[in-house]
Design a protein around this ligand. Structure first.
Ligand code: TXE
Length: 498
């Protein structure tokens, strides 16, 4: 790789972190060394915590919840902390983006954009903290008045994945904090740095000790123990559908903790013949290549009107060939490295399956040699059928499978022919078609003539096996609350014992 095209240099030595508990750093544990997926160079050293560390962190979160140092504040006071955190994140934006790139492999320009989105999450969370409210019932008769209170659920466990380590964290943390809950976070073992940096940010912003704790380590040990923990009231998990299933079992076998789950997707992008085909092709290329397709809402199934299918695929293939894949630290890079070796092998194995299953390869189709790191060319397969594994399974890579349709009903049926329901998009200039398809396709997020648009005001989450519950916005705050009905007798009691 030509160093001259790289505008940021690699760290001289791996940055060493402790884990964060009860308002301070803790260390002295065995360490896990993370190599940058784009460069193969060691960049961070992260503690492998023990289950005893996790127990201590949950106990700290429990103390902080029960002493009401956070839950007992006014919404305005909680909002003040969240807004100060937003300001500090603005100051530390480039630093956080840099460490995100080094552990994840995403392009530096994209990472900075993600931190901007995270700042917005804190600002929206601050507003939501002030606006959170319950309800009242003035309809129970003159002698009974009803109030519905929203109370924080309690101690929340938060397990996050490696594809958007900071963004997925920030689509949850401000809203959990807005509700008045305390938490223990378990980031992915390969991308823990920025979750730990957030601890410093929140402490500087004035968050009381014990409210935000981070315990690092593997999913099988720390993650599993967090899902089984009897003193965790709610667990928010983002990751694979397979682990999501085990989280449900663990909750049932422990304390029936409340769950929020954001799992896999195989998201349709439906293109009608009357769409602006140039716009739709750009959207489709972005939708599958953004974050190297390691994105739960990536549009991985193209469902295109048969009348324009060949023309559209040709425009799309030309656009995909022009995507700049390369060093994540290069400002010009659009698509960076695959985050883990395991994911790299998974994606390459699906490309091989697509070829073997008889799909027609239009562009891409293999690894790109950049001298170091793991890179895969944005790949487009045509003539895919629902029976093919590349048409059904979540690949989680830059591999787009193209289907064609003849009628709107057929397009809707194809879009819904999946166990998932995370996101979908439709491209058409006909308002009736756009609305009818949006209402019939079962997905938690829908885009019309756009893709991955929106902000933290809007809720996110999935239908079907893509998950339970919603994150972000006021819906996201409410997810971390319990509803309590309070009945107040305002008159003389009508006696039972006469
Ligand atoms: O996910 P895991 P992996 C999908 C995607 C990808 C596949 C596998 O298809 O190819 O999942 O990725 C923690 N109890 N998505 O294996 O294992 C783990 O430490 C509790 C989609 O990396 O689900 C990490 O913090 N926790 C997804 C988190 O779970 C456990 C994003 C996610 O890792 C655990 C990521 C256990 N038994 C992958 N085992 C999305 N929806 O965006 C692991 N973990």
């Amino acid at each position: 790789m030509d160093k001259r095209t790289t505008s940021h240099s690699l760290p001289e030595a791996p940055r060493e972190f402790g884990f964060w508990m009860d308002g301070g750093w803790h260390g002295g544990r065995e360490m896990f060394e993370r190599a940058s997926p784009g460069h193969g160079v060691a960049v961070t050293r992260i503690p492998k915590c023990t289950v005893a560390d996790l127990d201590a962190a949950v106990a700290a979160a429990r103390r902080a919840f029960e002493d009401r140092s956070w839950a007992g504040l006014s919404g305005a006071e909680r909002a003040g902390v969240l807004l100060r955190a937003a300001d500090i994140l603005r100051r530390r934006r480039d630093e956080i983006a840099y460490w995100e790139v080094l552990e994840n492999g995403k392009p530096i320009a994209q990472a900075r954009g993600e931190i901007d989105h995270c700042i917005a999450c804190f600002e929206v969370g601050a507003g939501a903290a002030r606006l959170l409210h319950g309800d009242s019932f003035n309809s129970l008769g003159d002698s009974l008045f009803g109030m519905v209170l929203r109370e924080p659920v309690g101690v929340v466990g938060l397990i996050t994945p490696w594809n958007f380590p900071f963004l997925i964290l920030c689509e949850r943390v401000p809203f959990i904090l807005a509700s008045g809950c305390t938490m223990v976070v378990k980031p992915s073992e390969v991308t823990s740095a920025t979750t730990l940096i957030l601890a410093e940010v929140l402490a500087e912003a004035g968050l009381p000790k014990g409210v935000y704790n981070v315990v690092t380590g593997s999913g099988r040990t720390i993650g599993q123990a967090l899902t089984e923990h009897p003193d965790v009231d709610m667990l928010s998990f983002t990751g694979s559908t397979a682990v999501g299933r085990s989280v449900v079992h663990a909750a049932a076998d422990s304390n029936f903790k409340k769950l929020g789950l954001e799992l896999g997707g195989k998201n349709p992008i439906i293109v009608f013949a009357d769409a602006d085909l140039e716009d739709a092709a750009d959207g489709a290329a972005f939708g599958i290549s953004f974050n190297t397709g390691q994105c739960c809402v990536s549009s991985s199934r193209l469902i295109v009107d048969h009348r324009v299918a060949a023309e559209f695929e040709a425009i799309l293939a030309e656009k995909m060939k022009k995507i700049v894949v390369g060093d994540p630290l290069d400002e010009n890079t659009q698509v960076g490295a695959i985050t883990t070796d395991a994911q790299n092998e998974t994606i390459l194995s699906y490309i091989a399956k697509g070829k073997a299953e008889g799909a027609k390869l239009l562009t891409g189709g293999g690894a790109l040699d950049q001298g170091r790191g793991s890179y895969i060319a944005p790949t487009l397969f045509s003539g895919v059928t629902p029976a093919m594994s590349i048409g059904r399974d979540e690949i989680f890579g830059p591999v787009l499978s193209s289907f064609s349709f003849s009628t709107t009903e057929e397009a809707i049926a194809l879009a819904n022919d999946t166990v998932y329901g995370l996101a979908a998009s439709v491209w058409t200039k006909n308002i009736d078609t756009a609305l009818n398809v949006s209402r019939r396709v079962r997905a938690g997020r829908f885009w019309v003539n756009c893709i991955m648009a929106g902000g933290p005001e809007m809720p996110l989450g999935g239908f079907k096996q893509s998950g339970w519950g919603r994150e972000a916005g006021t819906y996201g705050v409410e997810e971390y609350t319990q509803v309590k009905s309070v009945h107040i007798d305002t008159g003389k009691r009508n006696h039972w014992i006469k």
